[in-house]
Design a protein around this ligand. Structure first.
Ligand SMILES: C[S@@+](CC[C@H](N)C(=O)[O-])C[C@H]1O[C@@H](n2cnc3c(N)ncnc32)[C@H](O)[C@@H]1O
Length: 392
């Protein structure tokens, strides 16, 4: 492997950019980043994706063909896709769903801040991936205290090799992380794959006062960054902005693609609600919208400044769908098809959220108990959209 001679300078520059962007708020992580050179966790051929919408363009990277570009991507705020379609597609192409990535630093560091792991904590990580976060946590709390579970044997092997090259050897175990480590107790749980239903086993394995951070994605796609604190058999979660990770392998709901089937039978209307407003406030109102079961919303900005929202039912591309396309004259075009009027549900939720004074995420909590998981709030009931029913 060609040496990255200026890795320290690149790490420092990355840390400076993250600090300026507000993603590196705890500077005690800076020496940890220095101790774990990120290029040791990136494969020779991969696909770099921007960590933020305004980041550099996504592109294939190849260390042998263009070492300069490879190094720039690895030390930029980019996710490096290392596996697609569970290893059956080329990770360096843009075809096939990403199934493993060296997550973007702007995503990883805020999670680690939230986790608040201290030296000596017993830590369980779910989703070893490349091993980078396991290495960062090994430096932070001591590698003998880190156990990382990876469902994919090939990825687990590569992660162990990456970790060894960087000089670390935390326990990397091939296992379905949704079971945790039965019989063991942890102070911290770090989850790096999207979770639709939080396994109760994790709560049982956290000591009272123990903390889990995870991307909670109840509809399978974009969800919430959640910090759970265990209290002996139950846990209470707080919300900390949006999160979008690849869903845990054993909880995938299928590829949810927006498919505008029966387009000729769809209803077309207009709305004064600008899709840009919904997209802009998404993080804040998002928790309220969790009450719309199984709604998946994706945003499609265009170069001319227009924006389309695509709405679908999670895991059921053959059911209801809707779209809202922004228009310069303010009469935004809505198209809907199916038993559920997904745009109407979203617009109703958005209007209710607006008239309630745009309550933020701190009004909501996620409760986990042996009976299941549910979102509770401290708002008057009328401040939230009523849970819609299916039309038959
Ligand atoms: C975003 S990547 C992890 C990034 C990683 N922390 C790093 O630093 O490279 C998500 C990982 O979770 C793994 N994964 C998915 N479902 C899993 C499960 N049920 N148990 C354990 N690992 C799982 C995937 O195979 C993938 O390697």
């Amino acid at each position: 492997m060609p040496a990255v001679t200026d890795a320290s300078a690149r790490i420092e520059a990355l840390a400076d950019r993250m600090t300026a962007a507000g993603d590196l708020t705890d500077q005690t992580w800076r020496p940890v980043l220095r101790a774990v050179p990120r290029h040791l966790f990136a494969p020779a051929r991969a696909y770099a994706l921007p960590g933020k919408a305004d980041g550099p363009p996504g592109r294939p990277i190849d260390r042998d063909a263009d070492p300069g570009d490879w190094q720039s991507a690895v030390y930029d705020d980019m996710a490096i896709v290392t596996q697609r379609e569970d290893g059956t597609a080329d990770p360096a192409s843009d075809l096939g769903a990403p199934t493993c990535a060296l997550s973007a630093p702007c995503v990883v560091l805020p999670f680690l801040h939230l986790l608040g792991a201290r030296p000596g904590d017993r830590l369980l990580e779910i989703g070893t991936g490349t091993g980078w976060t396991a290495a960062l946590l090994s430096v932070r709390i001591g590698q003998d205290h880190v156990t990382s579970l990876e469902i994919d044997p090939d990825l687990a092997r590569t992660a162990r090799a990456n970790l060894a090259a960087a000089g670390y050897s935390p326990a990397v175990i091939e296992a379905d992380g949704l079971h945790g480590r039965p019989g063991e107790t942890f102070d911290r749980l770090h989850v790096t794959c999207g979770i639709t239903t939080i396994p109760y086993a994790w709560i049982e394995q956290l000591r009272p006062g123990g903390v889990a951070v995870l991307p909670w994605q109840p509809a399978g796609w974009t969800g919430h960054k959640v910090r759970l604190t265990a209290s002996g058999g139950t846990a209470v979660g707080t919300f900390h902005g949006p999160a979008n990770f690849m869903t845990a392998r054993s909880q995938r709901t299928g590829t949810t693609l927006w498919q505008p089937h029966h387009a000729g039978d769809a209803d077309t209307t207009t709305t004064s609600i600008d899709p840009h407003d919904i997209a802009e406030h998404w993080g804040e109102q998002h928790v309220a919208l969790t009450r719309i079961p199984g709604l998946v919303v994706t945003t499609w900005p265009d170069d001319d400044g227009s924006l389309s929202l695509h709405l679908a039912e999670a895991g059921h591309p053959g059911r209801s769908w809707a779209a809202c396309d922004s228009q310069p004259d303010g009469k935004h075009i809505v198209t809907q098809y199916g038993n559920r009027r997904l745009w109407d549900e979203l617009e109703n939720a958005y209007r209710t959220w607006l008239s309630a004074g745009q309550p933020g995420q701190d009004h909501f909590r996620l409760l986990i108990s042996p009976e299941g998981q549910r979102v509770v709030h401290d708002l008057p009931d009328k401040a939230l959209p009523s849970v819609p029913r299916r039309r038959h």
